[in-house]
Design a protein around this ligand. Structure first.
Ligand SMILES: [Zn+2]
Length: 128
């Protein structure tokens, strides 16, 4: 299951981050998933729960936010959100119209944030 591998990767990244900050208690992990990542958020939550149950991370809340994919047209400069993998420009109809994959094309599939009572916020990346 794809989501299981992702959940394990997220947990490993968060665990590594927490180990860098002794005394930190992770209470919440915010995940941002690109719409085109092909991930099932419910399955991911389920896998995360299964992996953390009975561990130090058992009480961690996983918050998943979907991030729409934005494209820009190289012909007419229209910017639009990709829905259902349709990447043709809605304004001029050009296929594969992007001038850049998106505004921040290097953004990862997943971004996680961990929060705790003492430090304001740590942010890191988890990749497949
Ligand atoms: Zn266009």
């Amino acid at each position: 299951m794809h989501e299981f591998a992702i959940a394990r990767s997220v947990l490993a990244a968060v665990r590594a981050e927490a180990e860098l900050r002794p005394g930190t208690r992770v209470s919440k992990i915010g995940l941002r998933i690109g719409d085109l990542a092909g991930l099932d958020a419910d399955a991911l939550s389920f896998c995360f729960e299964a992996l953390t149950k009975g561990t130090d991370f058992g009480s961690v809340t996983l918050e998943i936010e979907r991030k729409p994919r934005r494209q820009g047209c190289s012909r007419c400069s229209k910017e639009f959100v990709v829905v259902n993998y349709e990447t043709s420009c809605p304004a001029c109809g050009r296929r594969r119209p992007f001038f850049s994959a998106e505004m921040n094309s290097n953004s990862p599939i997943l971004r996680w944030r961990s929060y705790d009572a003492d430090s304001p916020r740590t942010e890191g990346l988890a990749r497949e």
